[in-house]
Structures are given as C-alpha cells and as structure tokens.
Write a protein that binds this ligand. Structure first.
Ligand SMILES: CC(C)(COP(=O)(O)OP(=O)(O)OC[C@H]1O[C@@H](n2cnc3c(N)ncnc32)[C@H](O)[C@@H]1OP(=O)(O)O)[C@@H](O)C(=O)NCCC(=O)NCCSC(=O)/C=C/CCCCCCCCCCCCC(=O)O
Length: 731
C-alpha cells in the first residue's frame, strides 16, 4: 500500500510494503489512488514519492510475477500516468531505487537522493528487461551508451555516479532526512514549467551513434553473458529508443518483456535469486536444528593458519568482513613474506580503485597480526586452518590447536575433500571442529561450503555459517562426505567427458558444446587454467594414475571400474596447462594466450584409440550435454537422499557459485526440473543398463527413481518433502 499526507502544499505519497517496498498490486493501486487525491486537492502544488522504512523501492514484486503483476494499474501504465501528471512529482530516494523502483523515479519530474542511495536496473539478472519504460526513458536521460551499460549488465551505481550522468537532480548527505529534504526541494520547484521534465519527451542525445554502440555492446555481452538471452533483448529494446518515437519504442519494449517473462531462463534466474536468500535459513536434516533456533558464538579474534593461495584469500575475506583482529601464522618465512605482501598489495589495489577508503585500508592492515607459534592463538575465537591438503599435516595442526585454544574456540579446516570427522577426532573437543571449504581465489569467489562433521555442535555450525555471511559469501551448509557436494558431483563431469574423448570426441568439440550451453569455459580449458596436475594429484592418492599401474595392467580399467588415462598421459608428458608454457589440452599462443588446437594432443588421442582398438564414432552435441551433465545430476539426487544437502537449492548454489555452472539454467537440479525428471532418469537408466558396475556413476539414484515412479515429474520445491514422505511410509 501507499500512505498519503500533505505538508505545506506538498503531497507525500509514501510506499509502505516492508521490507523493501516492492511494487505489489496493492502498492501500485495505492500510488495511483494517492496521485488522484493529490491532483484533485487544490492546496497541493507538488508531490513527493518516497519509501517508508529502509529503502525507496526495489522494483516489481518478484513473487507476483506468476499472476498479479498484470492487474491494473500495471507498472508500465502507472509510469505513464505519473509522468503525465500536471503537478510536479519529486522522487525522494534513499536505500535502493532498483528496477521498477527506478522506473517510477524516471517517470517523476525530478529525482533527489541521499548520497548513500544505490540505483540500478537489474531486471536482466532476472532474465527480463526493465519493462516499465526503463529501456525508453533511461536513454533519453543519459544516452544510449550509458543505458546499455546500466541495463544489459544490471549493476548498481551510487547516487553520486547517477547524479554525474544526469539521473539525479540533487544529492543530500547520507545523514540528511530524505523526506524533509525532498519536501523542501519540491517547494522550490513549485510553479516551474514541466516541459523539459517529462523524460519520455526528450530526444536521445547519442541516437546517431546507435549502430556503432550496439555493435560494441553485442560483443561484450556475447562474451560476458554467454548463452543468456535477456541481455541481447535489452540491447535491442534500447536501440529502439534511438530509432523510434517513445510510443513505438514502448511497443518494442513490451514485445521484449513478453518474450522474456516466464521463459526458462527467467524462471531459472528468479529461482537463483530466492535460493541465495533461502540458503541463509540453514537446517540440519532430520534433527530440527536450524538457523532460527541456534545462536552463533561471538567472534572478534580470528586466526588463519597457512598463507598459501587459500590462506591469503581467506585473510582478505576476513578483513573485508570488518574483522579487527586477524592473526596469521605461516612458519615458512618466504611464504609468510610473500603472503603478507600479496595481501597488502590487494588492499592497495582496492584503495586505488576506491573500493575501500585509505582509512579502511589502514585499519585492515592494522588488523593483521602475524604470529609465530600456536601459544599465541590461545584467546582466538575462530581458527581457520588453510595449509596443504594433507591429512597428516592437518591432524598435526588440530592436535596442537586442541591443546592451546580456549574451550569455546571454533576450529575450522579449509579442506576440499578430506574427512572432517577424522581431523576432529585428534582434538579433545571434536564438537568444536567444522569444515569451511573456500574456493580459490577465496577473496573473489562467492561460495563457501561449510561442512558439518558428525560431532560439530549446532553453535559451532551457526558460527561458521554466520562468519560466511559476514564475509558476503553464499554460504551453504553440507554434510561430511568425500568431496562434499561440489567436488563429489563435478568428478563425474570430468570422468564422463574423458570417456567421450576415448569414443570419438575431441576436447575442442566438447568445450564448444559446453560453452554453447552457457559455461564460460569448457571442461578442458578449465583443466588447463587451473592446472591438470590438480586432478592428477588426487588420482595419485587413489593409485589410479597411468604411471602407478604395474606392467601389463589393463590401460582402461582401475579397481574393476572403467577408466580413461588420457588426462594422465597429458600430465606425464608435462602438459599441465597455462602454467607449463601454455601447453595442456590446448596450446595457448602469444601475449593473449590465444587458444588453439594442438596436433600433439590430437595425435595422442588418436594413437591411444588405435592401441586400444577403439573405432571412433561421431558424438553429437545432445549426447555431450547428456553425458557431461546427467551423471552430475544423478549424484545430486544421491546427495539429497543421504541428507548431505538439505534441498536442491543448496546444490544449485554450489555448482553455480563454485563451478561456473551457467546461472541462467538455475544449476544442475533446476535444469533437471526444467528438462523433466522422467527424461533424465530414462537417459541415466539407458547408460546404466549398458555399462553396469563398470561405470558406477550411472547407477540411478534411488530418490530419483522413487520420485519418477510415484510422482512423475514433481515440482523441484516438493522433491525433498515427497522423498521424506515416501521413505517414512515405507518404514
Ligand atoms: C539489494 C536488494 C534490493 C536488498 O538487499 P538486502 O538488503 O540484502 O535484502 P534482501 O535480503 O535481498 O531482501 C530482503 C527481502 O526482500 C525480498 N525482496 C527483495 N527484492 C524483492 C522484490 N523485487 N520482490 C519481492 N521480494 C523482494 C527478499 O527476497 C528478502 O526476502 P526474505 O527476507 O528472504 O523473505 C536486494 O533485495 C535485491 O537486489 N532485490 C532485487 C531487486 C530487483 O531485482 N529488482 C527488479 C525487480 S523486476 C522489476 O522491477 C521489473 C520491472 C518491470 C516490470 C514490467 C511489468 C510489465 C509487465 C507487462 C508484460 C506482460 C508480459 C506478459 C507475459 C505473460 O503473459 O506471461
């Protein structure tokens, strides 16, 4: 709804729909009714639209997208009604003016804002476009070039930047009273002509350059938003602002939003939006323990052990989170000096770019406390161990931590696959131990996979979850198993793509198909970028690599299971990827590391096939997608079945934020839901029937089988509940 009052000739329409004043049908109706009152009241000479509570308005109510967003007044009807008002309207912005909220502001005749306010047209991130005139009004205010930048990427901008380019007419200090300031501003414009204040009537300044600008953004969007439809539709709509009168441009904008709204990509992106918020409400399956009934321990002093790649990133994340005391312990002198230098350089970079102020930088540097022995960690609240991935080294460290740290200290291990319970058992209080699996580089990557050990106490889990959120990470709580959620699932992707290489595909073909699906890089380029030796080291631990096999052992089998050694050959011939002189699955040439197909790799694959009498066959794109992605989905269901994740959203967040799964498909589980579970199961069963135990990753998840058998193609939101009911009724 909207509240209405009048103060000294100024009508105030305040949006009132906590927590973020989304433009639900009630709010739109409230604005319209209030506007009518203001227009009819002869004592009113100007109008202010503001937001109650923490923000101006975050845009259309996303929860209404399925139904109510069309009811009168629709948002695009409302903005035209506002703009045509005979009385001047001032938008008073604090907090956020996002999406439809900014479109409402653009339809007002003046816009004022607190300096702390943020503005954006982020609809593209939900797979739609600003369909309430945003693509037509913004170019008339700031030009085609800047509009494409704002709308095709959907990023937020400060009120000051918005003022610099002409969106905001007046900025007030962040501690000013926005309503009071806006009312005074409104009084100052009473009686002024509105001729140049109706944005839809303005010309587009850089209209003549539209083709050139369009080409530029098409290129950028093609690279940055691979496979996403909405950014291109946004660009098209903005182009029409330059070429057509407002009313005609609006028709094009309408066509654009009609094409996008309800599309699979938009559904996926909206699902992601809610998943990112839902994940804060963590729960331990089957226990009743959750974020609502468990309080974290107060954390003021944190320590990080190890200043290698992971440790450095973790320290930076803690500093950015505002932790004022971060002890860093690295016993190797060179690693310590390099690590500290790296951290300081990154902070310098943030300050130079204005991401943090000089004062913030200084206080972050002051917060760094190098320590040289375990004793110095005795009053630390949270210790994050980030040393080399070796069980014996980690156990050694935890045994020492268990002796010196105070009983309430939370002891976290940053491991990507090791058993958290085994590490915990060397301490006197295993309930204080938890896993915190960061992704490299930890100060950049948004994902944190927190691992609950079988003994971790609820309070300790809550503390790790809370710390992840303080660091601004998408923090997902998972159970303890080999590889946790992400690595456990992703392994199948690499295994099955390698099998396709054996059978007839080549790395460039696989990568091209995966990029078309939306991955920023294909499986083989990712291997080259992160280093093919990482997987090799892991396989070495399980005595699987080519070199470790006794003479005469079957080349295509390990421990009775199908195996493809091509990745081993690659590493054993020194082709680790980018880092080994640009040689990996591909060759990377020149300063720009241009990816090229390397005949040496092609010959290696061909001669391997000849040696093993494999007659290569043509593998099409559909088969590549199914075989690369479906085993991973199957594993996702096994993870749900075992309670390692408590719902599909958690799995999807992990794959999207940690493994670059294309966001616009919603992650593997949402993608499975879009494809339909019966089809997914059919393909999995076909492979399983053909391969059997030689390819165990195709063994269908029991949960998936049960869901399809009992419910056909149930909605993703009901999967875990239906599974629980089925299992309960079977007991
Ligand atoms: C940055 C934020 C604004 C704030 O962040 P933060 O402070 O961290 O708070 P959050 O935790 O994120 O949010 C708090 C709670 O609020 C909920 N929330 C947030 N935004 C919305 C929203 N827009 N709608 C509903 N609910 C919202 C959030 O879920 C939290 O809830 P909870 O506490 O977890 O329960 C951040 O919130 C943010 O970024 N929000 C999103 C902003 C955004 O994306 N805005 C754009 C929305 S889309 C829009 O505005 C579109 C406008 C054009 C519509 C055109 C309409 C015309 C259509 C006609 C065409 C007809 C087509 C027909 C086709 C057919 O027939 O089908």
């Amino acid at each position: 709804m909207a509240n209405y009052s009048v103060r000294n000739q100024v009508a105030i329409i305040s949006l009132c729909s906590p927590p973020v004043n989304a433009l639900s049908s009630d709010v739109r109706r409230g604005i319209l009714d209030s506007l009518k009152k203001a227009e009819q009241d002869v004592k009113v000479a100007a109008i202010v639209i503001c937001g109650e509570g923490r923000t101006f308005c975050v845009g259309a109510d996303i929860t209404e997208f399925k139904s109510e967003f069309k009811t009168f007044p629709n948002l695009f009807e409302l903005v035209d009604i506002l703009e045509s008002s005979p009385k001047p309207i001032v938008a008073a912005i604090h907090g956020h003016a996002f999406g439809g909220g900014l479109e409402v502001a653009l339809a007002c005749h003046y816009r004022v804002a607190l300096s702390s306010a943020k503005l954006a047209l982020p609809e593209v991130k939900l797979g739609i476009l600003p369909g309430a005139g945003g693509t037509q009004r913004l170019p008339r205010l700031i030009g085609i070039d800047s509009s494409m930048q704002w709308i095709a990427f959907g990023d937020e901008y400060s009120a000051q930047i918005a003022a610099n380019i002409g969106i905001i007419d007046r900025i007030f200090p962040s501690n000013a009273d926005i309503l009071e300031s806006a009312v005074q501003y409104a009084q100052s414009i009473i009686g002024k002509s509105l001729i140049n204040r109706r944005v839809s009537k303005l010309p587009v300044k850089d209209a003549s350059k539209v083709s050139h600008i369009m080409e530029k953004y098409k290129q950028i969007v093609g690279k940055k938003s691979r496979g996403a439809i909405a950014p291109m539709v946004c660009l098209e709509a903005i182009k029409h602002a330059a070429l057509l009168p407002y009313v005609e441009g609006m028709k094009k904008e309408r066509m654009g939003i009609e094409a996008l709204m309800g599309s699979d990509q938009s559904k996926s992106l909206i699902y992601m939006f809610f998943a990112e918020r839902q994940v804060r409400n963590w729960t331990i399956p089957g226990t009743g323990i959750n974020s609502k009934n468990t309080k974290p321990i107060k954390v003021e002093k944190v320590a990080v052990i190890g200043l290698g790649t992971m440790g450095r990133g973790i320290v930076l994340s803690l500093l950015k989170a505002g932790i004022k005391h971060v002890s860093v312990m690295e016993l190797n002198k060179t690693a310590r000096e390099n690590g500290l230098l790296f951290i300081k350089n990154i902070l310098e970079g943030y300050a130079a770019r204005g991401t943090i102020s000089e004062t913030q930088k200084r206080s972050m540097v002051d917060a760094l406390k190098p320590v040289s022995n375990f004793e110095m960690l005795k009053d630390t609240d949270l210790v994050i161990e980030a040393v080399f991935e070796s069980m014996s080294i980690k156990k050694d460290i935890f045994a020492k931590l268990g002796q010196v740290c105070k009983p309430s200290a939370v002891l976290a291990t940053n491991t990507s696959a090791l058993d958290v319970d085994e590490i915990a058992m060397v301490t006197p209080k295993p309930k204080q131990v938890v896993g915190m699996h960061f992704f490299a580089p930890a100060h950049v990557m948004k994902l944190l996979e927190n691992v609950r050990g079988s003994k971790s106490s609820p309070q300790v889990i809550a503390t790790a979850m809370n710390m992840g959120q303080r660091m601004g990470k998408v923090t997902v709580l998972v159970g303890n198993c080999h590889g946790f959620v992400g690595n456990r699932m992703f392994r199948h992707y690499t295994v099955e793509t390698d099998f396709m290489l054996e059978e007839g595909a080549y790395p460039e073909q696989v990568d091209t198909v995966l990029k078309k699906f939306g991955f920023a890089m294909g499986r083989y380029q990712v291997g080259d970028l992160s280093g093919n030796d990482i997987g090799y080291r892991m396989r070495t631990k399980f005595e699987m690599t080519n070199k470790q096999q006794p003479p005469g052992a079957p080349e295509r089998e390990r421990h009775g299971v199908r195996y493809c050694p091509l990745a081993d050959f690659l590493v054993e011939s020194g082709r680790l990827g980018y880092k080994s002189d640009g040689k990996g699955w591909f060759r990377y040439l020149g300063k720009n590391r241009e990816l090229t197909v390397d005949n040496e790799v092609t010959s290696m694959i061909d001669s391997y096939r000849r040696r093993n009498k494999i007659v290569p066959r043509k593998i099409n794109g559909e088969e590549i997608i199914e075989r690369a992605l479906y085993p991973l989905i199957n594993e996702g269901f096994k993870i749900l079945e075992e309670g390692i994740a408590s719902n599909p959203m958690e799995i999807d967040l992990i794959l999207v934020h940690g493994y670059a799964w294309p966001r616009h498909t919603g992650g593997p589980m949402f993608y499975a839901h879009l494809i339909g579970l019966p089809k997914i199961l059919r393909v999995i069963e076909r492979h399983w029937n053909n391969a059997g135990l030689r390819e165990p990753h195709w063994e269908p998840s029991k949960m998936l089988v049960r869901l399809v058998k009992n419910h056909g193609n149930p909605d993703i939101m009901s999967w875990t509940t239906l599974e629980r009911e089925t299992v309960r009724s079977a007991l």
